[in-house]
Design a protein around this ligand. Structure first.
Ligand SMILES: NC(=O)c1ccc[n+]([C@@H]2O[C@H](COP(=O)([O-])OP(=O)(O)OC[C@H]3O[C@@H](n4cnc5c(N)ncnc54)[C@H](O)[C@@H]3O)[C@@H](O)[C@H]2O)c1
Length: 469
């Protein structure tokens, strides 16, 4: 099928590359000329595993890049809208990019096509998109609007797209449902997975995925409710971690105990410095806002958001509790991306913490395997950037682990200890076992677990004792 994908960012580019791998002809549209030129030149503007391979495989053949939305929409049977929906000052989703795309599409509706919301949008958006397209002159018999929310996670975006837990399509007509079914048939029939060139199946994936057909409104709510629930799981375990710190328990053991209940499960029960990224923070705010508009005060979400912000402040207090004064301290920071596997720094708690530490007068030398290019635009001047974790640690008063990159959980600990001015690690992602770290000669402080101390901190200021709940 000929498919246009409008917006070639994290979601659009991955979706477009994956649709091509499923055998479709894809027109990837963007209005950012620099991004388009880079894509046309063979560059891959985001760090995402398997994306370079897919783009190299299909560029110029099943994938074409274009700046002409109307031409692309006219030539396509399905038009996916994957533009940004950032928060406004009040926390609502800014849908002006979606509206402007809908307006342009209206001039391209000459034969039946399906316009698909891929962006995360509040309930009722598909009805608004339909209204805008009609208001601008399109024949209502010649198009349908569907919702097909995207559940991919940055860092594993390509495999998440090709091996999803489920595919949700929100539709108002059988004709529209048939178009979307056809697009995903290589996944739902399992034929893609038998293809020898298919992207390898990740461990946990169940194939073929289930296709869930709903109304457009339900599909829109499924996406917001899913993100809100996942964020709630993170804030829940972070709250439990705070209690663990107060009573000297180990949140990892608590997680193992609660996660073993199959109704709860272990996934997303990872205590740390809080969630971030371009989705959870804005989607929670937007969901809270749309709920309010519909007459429901979703106070649970207020608390999820509050715990998340507090988690970062707690970690900052922990750093203070370990290092005493901060002005002039040199800190090696490992991780700037909002999570491992991506170069995305939007709403990254790591980046926000670095900014807090700079305000406290610390000298920061940071390293991130993928996000330094983007971070430099925000943090320079003021932060030094290292070429590896050891350079970041060299001469530092302490190392802070702020992003859960795999390479940070496999550091050469002896080398690290020798490079540090003091063998102190504050781990905001719980990547190491405190007992192992103590045996390797570190003072090691993590989230929700007893600290491993190789030194005698003044009575009463042991970080896990000091915090008030
Ligand atoms: N990033 C994620 O992990 C993720 C996951 C699921 C859903 N989503 C949702 O998907 C949507 C897109 O997110 P993203 O992270 O890909 O955003 P992004 O900012 O990376 O990409 C958006 C792209 O749209 C382009 N664009 C904006 N207006 C345009 C227009 N009028 N015509 C053509 N191109 C236009 C921008 O230039 C940009 O390249 C958001 O609603 C987001 O909430 C994101």
């Amino acid at each position: 099928m000929r498919i246009a994908v409008v917006g070639s960012g994290y979601v659009g580019l991955v979706a477009g590359a994956c649709f091509a791998d499923l055998g479709h002809e894809v027109l990837l549209v963007d209005n950012d000329e620099a991004k388009l030129a880079a894509l046309q030149n063979g560059e891959v503007p985001i760090h995402e595993r398997f994306l370079p391979e897919l783009l190299a495989r299909h560029r110029g053949q099943k994938i074409q890049f274009s700046g002409d939305l109307q031409d692309a929409a006219r030539a396509s049977q399905a038009v996916f809208i994957a533009v940004g929906t950032p928060p406004t000052e009040t926390g609502d989703a800014d849908l002006s990019y979606v509206e402007s795309v809908a307006r342009e599409i209206s001039g391209a509706v000459e034969q039946y096509k399906v316009v698909v919301e891929k962006s995360t949008v509040p309930v009722y958006t598909s009805q608004w998109v339909r209204t805008i397209i009609m208001r601008n002159g399109a024949d209502p018999a010649l198009f349908d609007v569907a919702s097909n929310p995207e559940f991919l996670r940055e860092g594993t975006a390509v495999t998440d797209f090709l091996y999803p837990d489920r595919i949700v399509i929100g539709v108002e007509s059988d004709r529209c449902a048939d178009v979307l079914r056809e697009i995903y048939v290589p996944l739902t029939s399992g034929s893609y997975y038998r293809n020898p060139t298919a992207i390898p199946r990740p461990d946990r994936a169940q194939v073929p995925p289930r296709l869930i057909v709903t109304s457009t409104r339900s599909a829109e709510l499924i996406k917001h409710a899913s993100n809100a629930f996942l964020a709630m799981k993170i804030s829940f375990i972070n709250a439990v971690a705070s209690i663990c710190e107060a009573v000297n328990a180990n949140v990892q053991q608590v997680c193992d105990g609660i996660g073993a209940d199959s109704r709860i499960g272990t996934r997303f029960l990872n205590p740390g410095i809080g969630y971030g990224g371009s989705c959870f923070p804005k989607d929670l705010q937007a969901f809270r806002s749309v709920a309010k508009e519909c007459g429901y005060e979703f106070r649970l979400l207020d608390e999820v958001i509050r715990i998340n912000e507090e988690q970062r402040h707690r970690f900052l207090r922990k750093v203070r509790g370990v290092l005493w004064t901060l002005r002039g301290k040199r800190l090696g920071v490992l991780g700037l991306a909002f999570k491992g596997g991506t170069d995305d720094i939007r709403e990254s708690p790591a980046l926000l913490l670095v900014q807090d530490l700079l305000r406290e007068g610390c000298h920061i030398c940071a390293y991130d395997p993928a996000a330094m290019g983007r971070a430099k635009e925000v943090l320079q001047p003021g932060v030094e950037f290292a070429s590896d974790p050891y350079e970041a640690a060299n001469g530092a008063d302490a190392v802070l682990i702020l992003t859960e990159w795999e390479e940070f959980s496999a550091l050469d600990l002896d080398r690290l200890r020798k490079l540090l001015r003091y063998p102190i690690i504050l781990d905001g992602r719980n990547l190491y076992d405190p007992a192992v770290m103590a045996a390797r000669g570190f003072s090691y402080h993590s989230v929700g677990r007893p600290s491993a101390l190789t030194e005698d901190l003044p009575a009463g200021v042991r970080p896990e004792k000091k915090e008030r709940l």
